[in-house]
Design a protein around this ligand. Sequence first.
Ligand code: PEP
Length: 252
Amino acid sequence: MPERTPILAANWKMNKTIEETERFLADFLPKVPESGPEVVICPPFLSLKTAVEHSAQSRARVAAQNMHEEAEGAFTGEVSAPMLLEVGVDGVILGHSERRQYFGESDEALARKVPAALRAGLEPILCVGENESQRDSDETEGVLTRQIEADLSEVPDDRLGEVVIAYEPIWAIGTGRVATPDQAQEAIAFVRALVADRDREQAERARILYGGSVKPDNAAELLALPDVDGALVGGASLEVDDFVAIVEAARP
Ligand code: PEP
């Protein structure tokens, strides 16, 4: 079975100016362990270049929070893969529930964006997950099946393992209500099985993260789960000490 290096990704959402990004990284980067999990900082677009420059001598990598699937064109307000690559970004979050909920991000668009990111050489971090009423009515597996089948439909089987997937139950995002270890393990094992339906070997390679109110005091338990290969962290990634503690919790 392939070793899967855990990923701790910081989703800053619409937080931190360029100056605040510089201040955070000046404090945070010296505290990143020299070995162990991969660390990915996902700041707003305007801070990407600064984040890349500051983390160049460190183990931290930088990813964007969204991307358009076309390389260029009449798409006002959008940013493309070549633009991200030019500033040294090497990954991109796609399909975050806030983009699905507030900006109409659809599975049809994600079916184009995920392979476009891969073709461009960006590591996609694809977010999937159910809302509270879907969980309450036992629809979690149906929602995950629909999202994974649609969003990965145009990814060739032999590249499925390059897509990082973040299972993020919407009811746990920014709410302080974290999934129980059983809920996280069960959903993530289910996502892995969906990928295995396409290609078993690629499913063993794929890193699948948990996201939703990960904090220093619950990280170790979640990160120790057999199918959990790291975390996508929102609120707690905005504070240096909290994010360092979460990164430390992922070390073997
Ligand atoms: C997120 O934004 O992806 C997230 C998981 O946020 P939080 O950790 O704040 O719940």
